[in-house]
Design a protein around this ligand. Structure first.
Ligand code: PMP
Length: 459
């Protein structure tokens, strides 16, 4: 088998929507008896693998070999496949010719890598609305100074607030970190405008595309962002890889993220008895150790699958489902949708809400146990944003499964529904019907707190 044959292996990407994903026929037991097909509505946490990605990985797996460190045929093939995967990701992201694509473990890993690569004294600007993965790495960056901007209530306010903050900043390296689409509200941020504001003031900008990339084409050059980060497991490729792509200069000059084999060009004994190390200046500088070629190939396969399926068609379909979902929830007076921006702000298929009189953990547990529907409850690793949206002190993890909030009182945490290219319309229909029934009739079972999780009792 040759590399081009591996690349060509795929099932039909499924131009008829939804795209085929693993687990689409999995049946789960209900606590009330019987079983149903599982409705996965937690894509924002981790999306199911595309069947196409699984098939590509399975076709390659027998040919698996070491990358950048073997003379054998399979090592050569695997090395070529790894580098071709890098090129496919660059293509998918619309990278500039001299951008670097670094394979990491996840978005969290990518942003920590960039944080470790900041020039000394970099001033970092973030909004408090960020996911912790894009809020926290900068606090640990050596010598960096972090400015945390308050939650804006409109996209225009976000741009204006950044403009003011950057205008008042002293000279020196500056970085803005912004999420493309919120993992809580699904709202799309004005990335192009924020990038323009950053560049007007000589700052760089990194886009956290963990939630944007699976739902919407991301074009690094057109958005004019300096870096972009995303995770394979949210892009239908759950094989342990993520991506940091963008400007090479800061990355080339930074200390390697990990010290070890693969990142070095030469290592020699120094005259003083120590070691002289010459590090690579390419992406390999930050990819020490044996690369996860299956993970990288899976990400590239997902990129190809989304492109070939026609991303615009996927977006249109997702928007139609989102409208159904939002309209359906708007008809339930007890449901309060959480949003920062106004109702007509552009969004992806991610939506959070509370239900009056319900603790969100209880509601999520009932959706799972009684209806076979998987959603998420909690604070979604975005505590400052949730506090702003809920307008109440948030529950800690130990309070999952706490008694219902009294009617009219703010809920202590929230529920999140998220979906994507593999979601059939029937899942949205089922979710809305289950939510209406739960609100009207209450849970059919009883629940208790077990190690911080709300579980059926008896199970
Ligand atoms: N940023 C956003 C907006 C996210 O939603 C997430 C995951 N929920 C992350 C970053 C972190 O992604 P990962 O856990 O794959 O590192």
């Amino acid at each position: 088998m040759t590399v081009s044959e591996v690349s060509a292996v795929s099932t039909d990407p499924g131009l008829c929507t939804p795209l085929a994903v693993l687990g689409r026929d999995v049946r789960v037991p209900l606590v009330t008896g019987g079983e149903v097909t599982y409705a996965a509505l937690d894509y924002a946490a981790s999306a199911p693998a595309l069947q196409r990605v699984w098939d590509d990985v399975a076709a390659y797996a027998p040919y698996y070999g070491s990358v950048h460190r073997g003379a054998g045929y399979l090592s050569q093939l695997s090395t070529d496949l790894f580098e071709q995967s890098r090129a496919a990701v660059a293509d998918f992201l619309g990278c500039r010719p001299d951008d670097q694509v670094i394979f990491t473990r996840s978005t969290t890993d990518s942003l920590n890598l960039l944080a470790a690569a900041l020039p000394a004294g970099t001033r970092v600007f973030v909004f408090e609305t960020e996911h912790h993965a894009s809020l926290l790495p900068w606090q640990r960056a050596d010598g960096a100074e972090v400015t945390c901007l308050s939650a804006p209530r409109t996209p225009e306010q976000a741009v204006a607030a950044l403009d003011v903050a950057l205008h008042g900043a002293p000279k020196g390296p500056k970085l803005v970190c912004v999420t493309g689409a919120s993992n809580v509200t699904g709202e799309v941020w004005p990335v192009r405008e924020l990038a323009a504001a950053a560049h007007r003031h000589g700052a760089r900008i990194v886009l956290d595309a963990a939630q944007l990339a699976p739902h919407h084409p991301v074009d690094v050059a057109a958005l004019d962002v300096d870096w972009v980060a995303f995770s394979g497991h949210k892009l239908y490729a759950p094989f342990g890889s993520g991506v940091l792509a963008g400007r090479a200069d800061w990355l080339r000059e930074a200390e390697p993220y990990l010290a070890g084999g693969g990142a070095t060009r030469t290592v020699t004994r120094a005259g003083d008895g120590g070691l002289d190390v010459e590090w690579h200046t390419t992406a390999a500088r930050h990819e020490a150790g044996s690369p996860n070629v299956i993970g990288a190939y899976a990400v590239a396969s997902a990129c190809r699958a989304l492109t070939e399926a026609g991303f615009d068609r996927l977006v249109a379909r997702e928007q139609a489902l989102l409208t159904r979902l939002r309209d359906g929830l708007a008809d339930i007076p007890e449901v309060r949708l959480l949003s920062l921006f106004s109702g007509d702000a552009p969004r992806v298929g991610v939506l959070s809400f509370t239900v009056a009189g319900w603790n969100s953990s209880h509601f999520a547990a009932a959706l799972s146990a009684e209806y076979g529907i998987g959603v998420r409850d909690g604070l979604f690793c975005a505590h400052p944003l949730l506090r702003t949206l809920l307008g109440a002190p948030s529950a800690g993890p130990g309070e999952c499964g706490a008694p219902d909030a009294a009617p009219g009182e703010p809920s202590l945490n929230a529920l999140r529904v998220s979906f994507g290219a593999g979601t059939p319309e029937e899942h949205i229909t089922r979710f809305l019907a289950a939510t209406r029934t739960l609100v009207r009739d209450g849970a059919a079972w009883s629940y208790r707190n077990e190690n911080g999780r709300c579980v059926p009792s008896p199970r």
